[in-house]
Design a protein around this ligand. Sequence first.
Ligand SMILES: O=C(O)CCC(=O)C(=O)O
Length: 400
Amino acid sequence: MSTERRFPTPTLDRESANLLQSITSHGGYAFVSMATLATSGDYRAAEAAREMAWEQLHSGPWHSVLPVWRDAYSMACLQLANLHYANEDYTEALKALDMGLIMGGPLLRKDLDFAVSILTASSNTHHNSQSSTSNKTVDFCRTEVLRVLPFKSLSCKVVVKRSALSLEAFLREYFLSGSPVIISDSMAHWPAREKWQDLNYFKKVAGDRTVPVEVGKNYLCQEWKQELITFSQFLERMQSNEFSCGIPTYLAQHPLFDQINELRKDICVPDYCFVGGGELRSLNAWFGPAGTVTPLHHDPHHNLLAQVVGRKYVRLYPSSLTEELHPYSETMLCNSSQVDLDNIDERQFPKVNELEFVDCILEEGEMLYIPPKWWHYVRSLTTSFSVSFWWSASASSAAS
Ligand SMILES: O=C(O)CCC(=O)C(=O)O
């Protein structure tokens, strides 16, 4: 490998001997020999090492994958990226780095991030500012919206909306009692509110980055699949989806802000997330065209779903109705309901339409607090970008 063109990889340089030793102790002899060859510039060995680590990542459920294999995967991605970089193939280099960030372990994260910053700094100069494709606000027509929403939508209780909600009032009135609330005015200062209106902005700062997307009606359908595509491809699909009403491609529940630092700078963690003295667990992006659906499910954490661009319909059922919502029995899906709110099978679930819920249209600039274990169904009504902040309460807090 050319020694002139190489990303600085201080962590890999320091840790590689320990990492390889640990991989050997877990039986990864073939990986170690391929990774060793890769350091001397052997492209096929680098590919083979990455393939071996990839197989280990897919050898069982994610939680049972040994952490050392995730770090091994990052190592192989970093090696491969370096070889592409040496060949001036920046697109492939960036793809390899993104795969390391998405699927790899924490050990080499700083090296991966640093390499990305080197690549993106040089490639940003190639992207001239193109004419701005503003994400036009679509006029909201209630009757038309009701046509696409589940039966009884917006006819029962709506979620309470509050402005200028103090942390103390949030804690007392919503957090501790486990009640949903919309906070209407606490994200006006986010740079994202303005910057993300322009889809070309994403193309400029992240167009060549690889991101995981979901394709299909929703994750409970058989034809549903996941794909890895570049942000530019995703934007193109999203725009064509707007006109063709095709199968939606959804960048859903992805920790995009851990992966793409430029976008992280555009958002702020709301102070409400520190109420309860717990810990921030994850920040996820939900970006897609009108018509994406996240089916009825619940999560274990407190959640603030911040609506940065566009609007979404959200329906919420309290956790006390869990039995009546018929969760799947399989462990992987036990937080999802068998009830398809878009097409309720009344013979199988004759009582579901009688259950009380609260719902709302979450407007641009609003945040919805979803307490832990509350069931939620979400449908985007326009092109929509939301950010979810999940946090846990401290062990002593009543609402955890
Ligand atoms: O916005 C969506 O599509 C779903 C959001 C969600 O389920 C969550 O934040 O937990």
